[in-house]
Structure formats: C-alpha cells, structure tokens
Design a protein around this ligand. Structure first.
Ligand code: ADP
Length: 174
C-alpha cells in the first residue's frame, strides 16, 4: 500500500500513521521526523533546515526532495509506505511522481484530513512529546501521566506564532 496523508499541522497525520503502519506493515515516512533527526544529529542538512523549521517556514525543496526520493528506494519500501508531510509543494509532488514512475509503481491512495484552523492552534500549542517513547500527548485532550511530565518536550515550532505561519503555508502552498 502506497499512501499519502495530507493535512494541516496537528491534523493527526502522525497519530493515524502510527495506527496504519501496524495494520499495513509498511514504513511511516515523516519528513518532519527525518528533518528533526537531522537537526538533532547536527548534519549539514540539519543545520540548513533548522532556521526554516523553527520559524514555521518550509525547508527548501532542493533539500527535502532528495531525502524522500532516496528513502523510498530502500528495500523496506518495497511493499509500500505511508508518506506523512510530503509532498507539501507542487515541485515536491512532481518529483514524487517522477520517482514513482521511474520505479514503475503507483500510489494507492491520498487521504486528506481536514481540521479547522482554530482547533489546530489549540491542539498544537498544547502538544508535548515524550522523547523516551515518542508518545505525543496534549495537556488537555490527552494528558500525560504525572511521572513523564518533567521530561516532556515542547517543539520549538509549536508556539502560536509559528503554528499560524505553518497554517498560512499549508493553505497557500500545500
Ligand atoms: P507539521 O505537519 O506539524 O507542521 P512536520 O513534523 O510534518 O510538522 O514538519 C515540521 C517542519 O519540518 C515543517 O514546519 C517544515 O519546516 C519542515 N518540513 C517537513 N516536511 C517538509 C516538506 N515536505 N517540505 C518542506 N519542509 C518540510
């Protein structure tokens, strides 16, 4: 199954992808996760991506496209993948089309998740991540157990300002 999940930040793409990979047995390819990992590792890509990400902007196409094109060629993507957060721009969609054509495979589905902007802001600003288990919590909607609270991380781009900027990009470009 080759599936793309599209939706604004905080729509629940990551949450649904985690459920779907268990059923489908294909890898979850999140460009946001890949980029955050590159930032954490301090790679050249990470250094170039960091400023765009923390401001809620998009990482330039020429940095993001090669990561995905390389990734979907790996063996574990042979039976499919769930793409989350890619494509986000027209050039990214075109590059994906080309890569799939070159591999002689087709997409099975694109699922679009829609959520109202104000609810997104509420979800994003309350979102926290447990770095030990990668579990995502929301301080009101899905409160974490007390013992994990001290280690929870609040993403740098999960402020209201960066979130509004990501929403503008989403409506304008994605
Ligand atoms: P969200 O969907 O909540 O905005 P992601 O984890 O998908 O979060 O992405 C976080 C950030 O990583 C984005 O705001 C953007 O800066 C960068 N990013 C992720 N995917 C892409 C992409 N396909 N193209 C450009 N930038 C991307």
């Amino acid at each position: 199954m080759r599936l793309i999940l599209v939706g604004p930040p905080g729509a629940g793409k990551g949450t649904q992808a985690a459920k779907l990979i268990e059923r489908l047995g294909v890898p979850h390819l999140s460009t946001g996760d890949m980029l955050r990992e590159a930032v954490k590792q301090g790679t050249e890509l990470g250094q170039q991506a960091q400023a765009h990400m923390s401001a809620g902007g998009l990482v330039p196409d020429d940095l993001v496209i090669p990561i995905v094109v390389q990734r979907i060629k790996q063996d574990d993507c042979g039976t499919g993948f769930i793409l989350d957060g890619f494509p986000r721009t027209l050039p990214q969609a075109e590059a994906l089309d080309q890569a799939l054509q070159a591999a002689g495979v087709e997409l099975d589905a694109v699922a679009v998740i829609t959520v109202k902007d104000d609810l997104i802001v509420e979800r994003i600003t309350g979102r926290r991540m447990d770095p030990e288990t990668n579990t995502i919590y929301h301080m009101t909607f899905n409160p974490p157990p007390e013992e994990v609270v001290p280690r929870l991380l609040h993403r740098q781009d999960d402020t209201e300002e960066a979130c509004r900027s990501r929403l503008t990009k989403y409506h304008g470009e994605t």
